[in-house]
Design a protein around this ligand. Structure first.
Ligand code: PLP
Length: 358
């Protein structure tokens, strides 16, 4: 796909940028450019642009504003030791983006176009790469329904947009383990949109997330909608449980869990470590019992933003319990190091996960 390049009339001055990327935080700082591609029934994908980042012009009747026809992705660009920019398994994001599109009745974007958009933006804004230790350029591709129409049916016009945000470490390596709140709300029901990465899932998770924060926890945990017994995932991260017999368990992809690319990578890396990885349902009651008996050694959450994060404490309406010593476990730290090593090019990439750019 060819992108029309629209030059920026007034990019952020170098000195201002340098100060910003020395302390980027997470999700509040943005680069100079964005990619946009339009879709209509007659032209399909067209009007691909790499343009100055700026506000969108949207009709107030655009269906995304009324019926939440929206999907997104999240991945990071890394700078390898030799200075080359790289992406981690971007084709997996492209494929998942299209699976989400299918569920939300939206058009598919060819995987090559998705990856070309990432390459074009990272190339244009590589000077925005954070200068802090553990920094990355967080990439946010998304698609919205732009047709001005209030009837309820899939829209006939869409816009794909890609923006980039320089990001620091979400949770610092060696940071204390997170505390999680087991919600009475549910995130996803059988037959719903739980496996799609769509804004609607997140909108529904905000009240439970606020409840977790208000009670002093870092994250919210959702149980299954049907029986309210089985552990599914956190608001935006998948979970793994490490046992004393060399087993490591993660809930299966039953359609109500988001199939994380970090989850998939961890399964591979854990198998390489000689662990017996099982994808099985696991109840909250069993988790509490196994933590008390010592059978369960570690629990960690994983996702692109925070990579691998230890879970130290679990609380819900029927009490709380601690995992292991309440701090980061050995295997959690080892898997985190392995994964970040591959992503940042300090460990060998035997699987072709790292895509070097330029
Ligand atoms: C994005 C996301 C994840 C993690 O997926 P990664 O591909 O590992 O970043 C987990 N759960 C939910 C609900 C998500 O939206």
């Amino acid at each position: 796909m060819q992108f029309e390049r629209i030059s920026h009339p007034a990019p952020v001055p170098g000195k201002t940028r340098a100060e910003a990327i020395a302390n980027p935080g997470f999700g509040t700082l943005f680069t100079d450019h964005m990619v946009t591609i339009d879709w209509s029934e007659d032209k399909e994908w067209h009007n691909a642009q790499l343009a100055p980042r700026g506000p969108l012009t949207l009709d107030p009747a655009a269906s995304v504003l009324h019926y939440a026809q929206e999907i997104f992705e999240g991945l990071k660009a890394y700078r390898l030791e030799d200075g080359t920019m790289a992406l981690f398994r971007p084709r997996e994001n492209a494929a998942r983006f299209n699976r989400s599109a299918d569920r939300l009745a939206m058009p598919n974007l060819p995987e090559d176009a998705f990856v070309a958009a990432l390459e074009a933006l990272v190339d244009a804004d590589k000077d925005w790469f954070p200068t802090v230790e553990g920094g990355s350029l967080y990439l946010r591709p998304f698609m919205i329904a732009t047709e001005a129409f209030l009837g309820v049916r899939p829209a006939k016009e869409y816009k794909f947009i890609l923006i980039a945000s320089p990001a620091g470490n979400y949770f610092k390596s060696g940071a204390p383990a997170v505390s999680i709140w087991v919600s009475d709300y549910t995130r996803a029901a059988p037959g719903g949109t739980g496996a799609a990465k769509c804004g609607g899932n997140y909108a529904a998770s905000l009240v439970p997330t606020r409840e977790a924060f208000d009670r002093g926890h870092d994250q919210v945990l959702f149980l299954d909608a049907a029986e309210h017994r089985y552990i599914e995932e956190l608001g935006g991260m998948n979970l793994f449980f490490v046992f004393d017999d060399g087993r490591i368990l993660t809930p299966p992809l039953t359609g109500t869990i988001l199939p994380g690319i970090t989850r998939d990578s961890i399964i591979d890396l854990a198998r390489e470590e000689g662990l017996d990885v099982v994808e099985e349902m696991y109840t909250l009651d069993q988790w509490r019992e196994d933590a008390a008996s010592g059978k369960l050694l570690e629990t960690f959450a994983c996702g692109t933003a925070a990579v691998v994060t230890p879970v130290g404490k679990v609380a819900g309406h029927d009490g709380e319990f601690t995992i292991g010593s309440g701090g980061p476990g050995q295997l959690t730290s080892k898997l985190r190091e392995k994964l970040t090593g591959i992503q940042r090019g300090t460990a060998e990439d035997t699987r072709g996960w790292v895509m070097r750019l330029g």
